[in-house]
Design a protein. Structure first.
Length: 106
C-alpha cells in the first residue's frame, strides 16, 4: 500500500540513508554480503519499493533494530534484552557517524 499519511513524510535521501545503515550494520556485525543483507530486507518487506510503497512501521525503529532483528531476532526473539546488544553499541554509533560523514558508502 502506498503511503497516504500527510503527517509522515520521508524523502528519498532519508530512505537511502535508512536502508544503507541497515545493510551496513548487517554486513559489519553479521558478516554477511551486501546481496544477502538486501535479500533479508526484501524478504521482510523492509525496503521501499520503486513505486514509493513502504511499511510506515519500519521507520518507528532505528536501522540498528531492524538489522539486529534480521540477524538474530527470528531465532532469539528476546535478543534486545541482552545488554551487549541493546541499546545500540558505540561501535554502531561510530559506524553510523562515519556513514553520515561520508567516510563509508554502500
Amino acid at each position: 500500500m502506498a503511503n497516504t499519511d500527510d503527517e509522515f513524510q520521508i524523502t528519498p535521501s532519508e530512505v537511502k540513508q535508512y536502508t544503507d545503515l541497515m545493510i551496513l550494520w548487517m554486513m559489519t556485525y553479521g558478516l554477511i554480503e551486501k546481496g544477502e543483507a538486501i535479500k533479508r530486507l526484501e524478504d521482510k518487506n523492509l525496503i521501499i519499493k520503486d513505486n514509493g510503497e513502504y511499511n510506515q512501521m519500519t521507520f518507528h525503529e532505528e536501522p540498528y533494530y531492524w538489522a539486529m532483528r534480521l540477524l538474530l531476532g527470528f531465532e532469539n526473539e528476546q535478543w534486545y534484552h541482552d545488554e551487549k546488544l541493546w541499546p545500540p553499541s558505540q561501535e554502531y554509533r561510530d559506524l553510523e557517524q562515519k556513514y553520515y560523514d561520508g567516510d563509508i558508502t554502500i
